[in-house]
Design a protein around this ligand. Sequence first.
Ligand SMILES: Nc1nc2c(ncn2[C@@H]2O[C@H](COP(=O)(O)OP(=O)(O)O[C@H]3O[C@H](CO)[C@@H](O)[C@H](O)[C@@H]3O)[C@@H](O)[C@H]2O)c(=O)[nH]1
Length: 370
Amino acid sequence: MNGAEEHLYAVIMAGGAATGLWPLSRRKSPGQFLPVRDDRSMFSVTLERIEQCIPKERIFVVTSSEGAELVSFLEPGFHSGNVLVEPQSRGTAPCAAFAAAVLRKRDPHAVICLLPVDHHVEDDALYARTLLHAADIAVAHACLVSIGICPDYPETRYGYMQVGQEAGLSCSRQTEGKLYTVKTIAGKPDRSTADTFIQSGDFFWNSGIFVATMDTLCSELRSSESELYRDMLYMSDAVDTPGARNVIEDVYSWLHPASLDEGLLARSTSAVMLEGLFGWRDLCCWDDIALTDGGEDDWLSGRKPQGVVEIDSRRNLVKTPPGKTVSLVGVTDLIVIDTGDALLVCRRGDSAGVCAAVDVIRREGREESL
Ligand SMILES: Nc1nc2c(ncn2[C@@H]2O[C@H](COP(=O)(O)OP(=O)(O)O[C@H]3O[C@H](CO)[C@@H](O)[C@H](O)[C@@H]3O)[C@@H](O)[C@H]2O)c(=O)[nH]1
């Protein structure tokens, strides 16, 4: 076992709202903890994937109090001390700072993989090897390593990274993925900008996965997000003391929302991008769920929920509460998600628009539907 592996920790970032999976995903039961596809949640699938390279005792999850309850329900064997509960959602940068505050106390030599919960991965073994490769680079060269994915179409829901030269940094454990310097990062683009990115050939999708040593993460925070860095130290001092919960609540009451993309990656002087070749997509909305493994025919026909009757209808994705009968007549390519108290109907390909619907529902004050 080499140095990086012994100190390798995973932090599953699972405190997002997952509004793209409304109406199944709700404040009290966020989508990442629901069996949105088969009978397993994204959280459980992610956990199993990470366990291929990091032992469970070094896997942490940062989530809401509702998320924490669901973790203990779904994974009773998951150590409760590894569940870090955020009082509010403040984005991925505070989430990373909170995790750093705790891990700093446990292991000052920690190498931290910051991992979103809502990813679909085709080759779990290569994913694990890529994290180990990234960890080796992070240790050997004191870099913030981001994982980029070679884009095959102009997706507008992902951030992008523009790469420069191949970084030419050696390490003991390699994958076939190339390592590049990061030139610029771009937030989610509009369609014509995404087209330009794809044509240029030097833009990669930003997977939102980051790997860094504790030292690098702290120095990146110190130089790019100095207030958050001070808050991280303050929380860290309180870890394992009786007043820890109060300190964390205090800090979160004044923290500004910030993302790792904007807060750290965009301002980093040490960032490199390792190409991830493991087959990846984000699971933001129902269309993403329908396209994940097994293929759509499998999802749409083979596992059609009981109670769904289709006449002259094809390629519809339907989820209904147990015991409810739904009939579809003469329709194709629909998404119908029924939770009893709320109903989504949209055309396949349009489900990303559900976030706009959720915004309207929120503005209209219909909290019971959120
Ligand atoms: N604990 C915690 N987790 C959070 C929070 N906010 C988001 N997360 C988690 O962080 C991950 C990503 O958050 P999103 O807010 O869903 O980001 P995104 O819109 O998907 O964009 C990010 O990911 C894309 C790829 O999936 C990237 O392309 C994009 O650049 C960015 O990094 C998800 O697992 C989400 O649950 C928070 O406040 N707290």
